[in-house]
Design a protein around this ligand. Structure first.
Ligand SMILES: NC(=O)c1ccc[n+]([C@@H]2O[C@H](COP(=O)([O-])OP(=O)(O)OC[C@H]3O[C@@H](n4cnc5c(N)ncnc54)[C@H](O)[C@@H]3O)[C@@H](O)[C@H]2O)c1
Length: 303
């Protein structure tokens, strides 16, 4: 009997596997394109860089924008640019996302003044520099608080309303190092990616298909966060343009894709470094991809 069950379970697995694979393949050609008019979109770290660009790209889509940052002057400029680009309603709040109490307090204010956030974009981030041992303890803690823990608190604040209405979208702007771990503090992003994946699985378990997740893992972007950064392999691993990156992020959200890895060459490198089952013959290929990626990162980040 248990043998028959095993065969049945294996067959069920194979049928579902082929079905979902086929579905994903068809979606490449006929992607979803959701209408976000009327949605409340909250962006953390909206006062500069990618956060600001994402706000600008959402502006013409009829959403209500909620901007969080510690940089109030920068937020004012984002409001101005969002309005020029068609935003009708933009609300800005000073909020230090690394401070749990401040996140909860500001979230309550947003719920009262604007409504329930339906698209949450965790984008605020800080950079710590290159080498783990050179990084002061206080900065190690801060980077965990901003790049990782802040995501916990914003989810806690806004996810319950999404669950109640079975409607929402959780977006995590992480980093390609969240897939490969290339420096000590890349662990921030490994956590951020793992956390977003885990909650996505939880939502599926809770039968809340209306709550989507998008995890964004870009290589270096020319925003100033990594000032003076250069790439030794501009064709394979180019430094990304912020406007292009934000546009691609917004399209990926509209298409309800789970992952976005840019530049796209990183899909291949990720597949080779992370997911290839490694029978002996593949090992040289795997270590080649790993060495290549690490070498480029090393060259792009002179100590
Ligand atoms: N720039 C890159 O090369 C790059 C590459 C991969 C991923 N990322 C990620 O993209 C995101 C945006 O990066 P960016 O390049 O636009 O950086 P940026 O420095 O231009 O902008 C980050 C924003 O976050 C805000 N911020 C910082 N700490 C905050 C806090 N505690 N509370 C609220 N706001 C805070 C800053 O004031 C700033 O406006 C970050 O999460 C970063 O890790 C950046």
């Amino acid at each position: 009997m248990s043998c028959i069950n095993t065969i049945l379970e294996t067959m069920q697995f194979l049928v579902l596997f082929i079905y979902y694979y086929f579905e994903a393949f068809v979606m490449i050609f006929f992607p979803t394109h959701k209408n976000v008019a009327g949605e409340i979109v909250l962006i953390t770290g909206a006062a500069n860089g990618i956060g600001r660009e994402i706000a600008i790209h959402f502006a013409p889509l009829g959403v209500k924008l909620v901007l969080w940052d510690i940089d109030e002057e920068g937020n004012k400029e984002t409001i101005r640019l969002a309005k020029i680009n068609g935003a009708k309603e933009v609300y800005a709040y000073r909020c230090d996302c690394s401070n749990r109490k401040e996140v909860y307090k500001t979230a309550d204010l947003v719920k009262k003044e604007v409504g329930d956030v339906s698209i949450l974009i965790n984008n605020a981030g800080i950079v710590t520099g290159n080498k783990f041992l050179d990084c002061p303890d206080s900065l190690v803690e801060k980077s965990m608080e901003v790049n990782t823990m802040a995501h916990f608190w914003t989810y806690k604040a806004f996810l319950p309303a999404m669950i109640a209405s079975n409607h929402g979208h959780l977006v995590s702007i992480a980093n390609s190092t969240g897939l490969h771990g290339t420096s000590g503090l890349a662990v921030n992003f490994l956590w951020a990616v793992g956390f977003a994946e885990s909650i996505d699985v939880e939502m599926r378990g809770l039968k809340k298909p209306g709550i989507k997740t998008t995890i964004v893992c870009p290589y270096f972007i020319n925003t100033g966060m990594f000032d003076g950064i250069k790439t030794k392999s501009p064709r394979i691993l180019p430094i990304l343009d912020p406007e292009y990156t934000a546009e691609t992020i917004v399209q990926t959200i509209l298409q309800e894709q789970l992952y976005l890895v840019i530049p796209r060459s990183l899909y291949v490198i990720t597949a080779l470094t992370n997911y290839v089952l490694i029978p002996g013959g593949f090992r040289p290929l795997l270590s080649l991809a790993n060495c290549y990626y690490r070498k480029v990162i090393e060259q792009d980040n002179p100590g």
